[in-house]
Design a protein. Structure first.
Length: 288
């Protein structure tokens, strides 16, 4: 079926073909055709940014080139390098698929994701993703995470570095060992059956985020990633780790600090003790 989209000197007709759209534009006697992806999507990818001008356009274009249709929400903490300005210029090209929220100041990874989760829950997204902007997470793996939840029935899919040994590229040995044994430490303290406890490449079913009181999430750095997995696990949701290859960034600077690492180490003990005295329960309120 053809739908007329415009008139005057130029006419545009839209035809649906296999879930996508063929846009035919008539200007005078000349026809131009463009196959575009369906605007409606059940999945939102949240990408927090701070000084990611070298990466942000590339990651956005790569995601939108995938066979599955995704929407992207960039949450920028007022990057002084102009990251948000780059996203703004792309919004007209990816209308109704690319969104931008700008926060005042560098407020932390955890609060950015909480902001994004609430933004997603106000809309009709069924699958909500966490993803870095620096290509350490391969966009192609988004499909595997999605299929794990949408087709295989899991509630949380985690892109894991540590299922089959250590799948990390371009990390110095010291950082590899620190990350690997940090995850082992978290498993020992929490008894959580997740190998990559600090992983930040994830897909949540909507129902998981609705069951967690997002306003009560305490941590903001890597401990945030541990806290969200721990609560998801304690609530009885089904978790599946998918093997990925993590590639360290080649552009921009790492956001890891000693404070973030310290929060993760001591935060794990706090999580465990908190659950002993006040066990995790399903949130019955609203995060919207």
């Amino acid at each position: 079926m053809a739908i007329r989209l415009a008139s005057n000197k130029q006419s545009a007709f839209q035809f649906q073909i296999n879930g996508n759209y063929l846009l035919r534009i008539c200007s005078g006697n000349v026809f131009h055709e463009k196959l575009t992806r369906q605007i409606v999507a059940d999945s939102l990818i949240i990408i927090p940014t701070y000084n990611e001008k070298e990466n942000i356009e590339k990651i956005i274009r790569k995601i939108f080139s995938l066979e599955k249709g995704f929407h992207i929400l960039v949450i920028d903490d007022s990057s002084p390098d102009g990251t948000a300005d780059i996203v703004k210029k792309l919004i007209p090209e990816f209308s109704k698929r690319l969104f931008l929220e700008i926060r005042k100041g560098k407020l932390g990874l955890g609060t950015a994701y909480i902001y994004g989760f609430k933004w997603a829950l106000k809309r009709d997204y069924q699958y909500i993703f966490e993803m870095d902007a620096d290509f350490s997470h391969n966009p192609v793996d988004l499909i595997k995470l999605y299929d794990t939840c949408a087709k295989d029935g899991y509630d949380l899919a985690i892109g894991s570095r540590y299922i089959h040994g250590v799948n990390v590229i371009n990390w110095p040995m010291g950082r590899v060992l620190m990350s690997y044994y940090a995850s082992a430490y978290v498993r020992f303290i929490t008894r959580m059956k997740v190998r990559d406890t600090t992983a930040g490449f994830k897909c949540y079913r909507r129902e998981v985020l609705e069951a967690i009181n997002l306003d009560k999430i305490k941590f903001t750095g890597y401990a945030f990633q541990i806290e969200m997995k721990y609560i998801t696990w304690k609530l009885g949701f089904k978790i599946k780790e998918i093997s990925i290859i993590f590639t360290d960034r080649t552009h921009g600077d790492s956001k890891m600090t000693k404070g973030i690492f310290k929060e993760a180490i001591f935060g794990v003990i706090e999580l465990r003790m908190r659950n002993i005295f006040k066990p995790v329960r399903k949130f019955e309120g609203s995060n919207i």
